[in-house]
Design a protein around this ligand. Structure first.
Ligand SMILES: NC(=O)c1ccc[n+]([C@@H]2O[C@H](COP(=O)([O-])OP(=O)(O)OC[C@H]3O[C@@H](n4cnc5c(N)ncnc54)[C@H](O)[C@@H]3O)[C@@H](O)[C@H]2O)c1
Length: 359
């Protein structure tokens, strides 16, 4: 098929966009090209509170039917996996974004590279212009902890004091900070299959946050005293057993974001109040998909999407004794909301480097 549009050299396209920039707010966003932002740019620009607010607003918008479509692609690779998450949000502008994250869990040990590694591309949702390309690890870390903290606001007991973290890696550290910022946490149990990791985490987090962090080998013992349990491991078989979770606990199940990962006993999932980030994703790659595949429940047994709870369409926790679970696969909603905050703050402060893909 031959295009009837006049052909223009890419340099001319660029000049045309710049001419429009003088008269059009959208073109002002485009400015002198695409903003490139490193991890250190991002971490110096945005606070956890800003991620938290952006993520809560994104789930609210989704619950109100105001988000654009969301999608996820899981691809296996040699020694790891790729997750591509894409979606859009109507904020003060329409933003579209996609994140390509590699998950290579030997990276740090073998290559001194992050285990989760990639980029987020943020685009103008009307013209498609690539507004920014940014490092994805910092955004993933923060927006995931923000989602757990937002879910906890609606699903955990407000007086929660004891926290168990399963998985003393990158996510585990951010999750402790998020929960300590949101609840009167005075005691943390740190569980990990790796002894050295568990001990180092306990020492460092205890020193950084000034609270008691106890490394535990016996998860059953920790769970008997736990109010909030965050699971963030790439485990392939569940280790949080139904019989070990006490009444009143909130579990944020953050680790299972691909079909072969699982952390929570499907019997527990099917018998308690289950809230998911996005139902279709959890059916595909979350804890939910194991519970359905093994015949413990159907999608109709899921209490709500988080967006429905945030908007008040569905209730959150209703008693001090119920066990509540948040199944989080990680969504483009969170990535786009977080990337938009990063982008706006970077533009305001003149941070990052411009690159003109159309030159
Ligand atoms: N839901 C989301 O939005 C989201 C976002 C980020 C990461 N994740 C997932 O969370 C998991 C952790 O990510 P990370 O960046 O912290 O990884 P990481 O490699 O930094 O840390 C993982 C930790 O889990 C420990 N571990 C592995 N298997 C275990 C087991 N069976 N029991 C106890 N501990 C175990 C490891 O020793 C390690 O300390 C991954 O599966 C990742 O894909 C999910």
């Amino acid at each position: 098929v031959q295009s009837t549009a006049p052909r223009v050299e890419s340099g001319k396209v660029s000049r045309r966009l710049r001419r429009c920039a003088r008269s059009n707010v959208r073109m002002l966003m485009i400015g002198d090209g695409t903003l490139l932002l490193s991890r250190s740019h991002i971490s110096s620009l945005v606070t956890f509170k800003e991620y938290y607010d952006a993520v809560e607003a994104a789930f609210r918008s989704h619950g109100e039917g105001n988000s654009l479509s969301q999608g996820l692609l899981h691809l296996d690779s040699e020694g790891g996996e790729f997750h591509i998450k894409a979606g859009g949000l109507r904020l003060e502008h329409i933003y579209f974004g996609f994140k390509t994250n590699g998950g290579f869990y030997q990276n740090t040990r073998t290559y001194n590279l992050p285990n989760i590694i990639g980029t987020v591309a943020l685009c103008d949702g009307v013209t498609g212009f690539p507004l920014a390309v940014m490092e994805s690890g910092e955004i993933t870390r923060q927006r995931t902890a923000a989602a757990a903290a937002v879910a906890a606001k609606y699903l955990a007991r407000p007086d929660s004091k004891a926290l168990t973290i399963c998985g003393c890696g990158i996510q585990g550290r951010t999750q402790v900070k998020a929960m300590v910022a949101s609840f009167p946490i005075s005691r943390v149990f740190a569980f990990d299959v790796n002894d050295a990791q568990r001990l180092r985490f306990s020492e460092e987090v205890s020193r950084d946050l000034g609270i008691e962090v106890e490394p535990v080998e016996d998860l059953k013992r920790a769970l008997a005293e736990t109010d909030i349990c965050v699971t963030c491991t790439p485990a392939h078989h569940y280790y949080v057993e139904a019989a070990h979770v006490r009444a009143g606990t909130f579990i944020a199940a953050m680790g299972a974001d691909s079909p072969d990962k699982q952390e929570i006993d499907p019997v527990l999932l099917s018998s308690q109040k289950l809230v998911v980030d996005i139902l279709e994703q959890c059916e595909q790659v979350g804890e939910l998909h194991h519970a359905i595949a093994q015949g413990h429940m159907t999608r109709n047994d899921v209490h709500a999407d988080l967006g429905q709870v945030v908007t008040g369409q569905k209730v959150g926790r209703t008693s001090a004794n119920e066990i509540t679970i948040f199944d989080a696969t990680g969504t483009a909603l969170q990535d786009v909301a977080a990337a938009a905050v990063v982008y706006k703050k970077a533009v305001a402060r003149g941070a990052g480097t411009r690159f003109d893909f159309l030159s």
